[in-house]
Design a protein around this ligand. Sequence first.
Ligand SMILES: [Zn+2]
Length: 953
Amino acid sequence: MKTEHGFWARQPIHSTAHKEKAEMYKPDDIENARQNLSRYGWAQEIVNGWAQSVAFALQQDRAFFDTMIPELTPGTHYGQNCPHCVGKQSLMGGGLFDWHIDSPDEITCRACGAVYPNAQYPETGVLICPRMGQQFTYYETPEEVADPENRAKHALKWLGDRPTMTSFSGHIRDCKVSWARSQALTLAKLYAVTGEIGYAERAVWILDRIARVFPNYLYHSYDGSVADCPPAEVAANMGKEEAEGGPRGGRFPKDAICHAYDLHQFEDYSTLNNGFWGAGRMNVHGKGSDAGALYVLTVAYDLIRDTEYTSGRRLIDRDTARRIKEDLILAGCVDMMHWNSLSNKGTAVFVLSAAVGMLLDHPQKVRHALDGFNRMLAERYHHDGFYSESPSYSAHNLFNVHELADLLHGYSDPPGYQPEKGERIEQLDMFSSGRYPLSLLSLTKMLAPGNRMPIIGDTQYDTEANLLSAEILTARLGGMHAGLLELIQGAPLSEKGGEYALWYRPYDLQSESTTLPLHTEWFPGWHVGVLRGGRDDTALYLNGNEHQWTLQTSHRQQDILSLSYYAYGEELASDRGYFSGSSQQLPDGRSGQIWVKSSLSHNLVVVDEEEQNNTACGSNLELFGTAPGIEVVQASGVNVYPQCQEYRRTCAMVTTTQGQTYSVDFFRTKGGRIHQYNFHCNGSPMGINPTTPSPQAVVLGDAWDMWLENPQAIAPQEPTTFTWQFRNVNLDLMLLNVPHRIILADAPGWRVGTPEELEKPAIRQIFAENCAENGNETLTSQYATVIAPYKAGNSPLLGARLLADDPGDGVLAIEVKLSDRTDYIISTKDQKERQFGPVTTAGQFAFVSVNDQGVQGYLLNGTELICDNLEISLTEAITTLKVQSVEKSVFHLAEALQNPQAVVGSYLLAGESPQTGFEIASATENAITVRDYPAITCDKVRILNSAWAHVAS
Ligand SMILES: [Zn+2]
């Protein structure tokens, strides 16, 4: 097969017909890839890229691979340091090295260019594993050599300040093995799409060499520990201990775990650091540690296993096939199946087990995989399909496990197989229904302006949209999803595609026109609300957080009811994101992750200068509603701060006549001794209004002092407005209350741990503080702010003021003046009738906008709203209905719903711990169907009644 673009389209070494017995990529997938390749430039680019990457290997003979792939257990690239530039161009623990097959026996520091091995930095240390007869050399600092009694103190560090062996030779072996693995797969794929047997030959040489050395590769951890025991025993031991709640790294005789600085030795046992999570025999972390590596080799083998020369001779003889299947693939898989983990990396084991189960006709392995995958969906994903950890870990988990559904697409148990329990599997399809397609869609539904992921939990800032999820939906469900993919990738199907598309996207697929599913909505399982104001460049995220009421994870942050804000396509009020998953330190020894994870770095109310709880706490949704020009969400924290009886946030986004947006933020807190309404914005501080009294230097408590610099205090006499500018967008924060004092300070501008990032300027953080004045007072704060982003010139808002602020009743009402109208935003906790300026209302949320042409009003969870000649009345604020049963997205009611048409578009509240909400898509007297998500089991639902009206004056 040739194309004019075909770098790879050289003369075949031997021509052959592909036998098309592969299991991982089905014959139809391979044929589809060939069709894509013959039609599309993007497909040719992928295959040309493969061909270029194996060009070197294609010139080598078998002896080259036998020499290159080492007998000695490889080391790791994790936690390595460049002694030449550490602390200068690279951070301790953050050393990165390049390796290239052209000079396979050296690595080069990416930061300073130093090349290793290096006579200036010899590997003088030796780590000996006497039982298994292997030894490893490593670099020691001059201080370490000079002061052997205190070696660990002077050693290079990683994982916080853990002494970690830096071994250039080990790193180089790791690079070689990892190169060989990836070459084997690329060669096999090239063979599959071109039929040129030269590719397959080299893939076999690599597989066979790895199968010969793999039995000697010892379990070793990314922190430099090596298990000096037979690997199969290590795997079984670690799996057993982790499953029983013992040490994840297993329980081994003293000194069976070797570490250059003698870590992980306990009174009567030693342990391999954190077990499978950071250990393997040829790959120690990332995609399932060894599972990802073994999967790659399994697929490579599958693609070429039945290859024959034109003479009919098989490419792989029986001995070689046995070695690859038994000594490598099966032995490795058996090891890895001891890691029965739903963690975002452990899920790759299920992929391996599915692949090996299919390859070797072991249906039990396929069932192990399916069972794990289904448990993962049930336990690690919320009922709305959102992943429990964070947006970027959602993408990461998908990346690690997504092959499983493709491998098993159409799978049936082998003929005659009858499982001990349950039924046979026939024609499996995981794409058409259930939580998996919801999980794929969640990665698009959450998107922030600019098609970036929202920065929530451990998600690094500026993370791009996940294309893989859209590719999978496109390939498997087609049509509308293909339209989504085009929007996310910004190019038509014919012009862009990744490797997934090459195999699986039908070459003749047509997309249907659609829009991105970016709604103003509450994600009912994830407990995050987003208001978009009808614009694709704007979003306010209220991070309610389901937070471990049901799911335990370390990638969530202490950020319940935090807010982030995007406008005009820019991230303004930000969540700082994800600094490091490996305790990366700042040059001064602080862990940057502690700050980005902290309640103190989030836009929320900090109570008593403490962190929020991080277990058994979360939020209840209380209000959600949308109407022309107004969107509102209200949630209250549950057990966020145990000293608080109330912790409640109400956010409303208002659209101006010109289509701009501003937002109103009410935050009520009761309990504790100190309340600090915290807010920061990207960019530079541009001013404070009024300018007097001028800020005075102040000393902050330890919790703040650890992170904020140049703190200054203002004792305000009146409402205060703070302005920031980021790129060409301004943001005003109008603080309408007068707190006891306001602190202004410089907060860290860095968000990840790289030397360049640490050079970024600080950002201005403020907090408005109220303190209890005596021992008996129950401190109650009601903060009311208006957040107004704008591009050039002045804010569209002429002013804003409080009309009511009654902490006793929990009433807040404000008036906002614009050039052409006056808006009123009212929030209460009851149904009492009250008057605010020209507005009379009984209800929990009301919005009124008055201009020359007339009055518009919106009432949510209330019964009355009157202003001039506008009058809204509802018979009840909230309608409670008993639920008989739920099925898919339908709540079947046990009592009749009056006037079902009136509730379409409204939200219903359901569930108790936590209480969440769904948008009503359609309703009849006896059933309510909610939009997009499955209904949850509950006894009753409560419909938040609302009405919007406009009357001309
Ligand atoms: Zn360097």
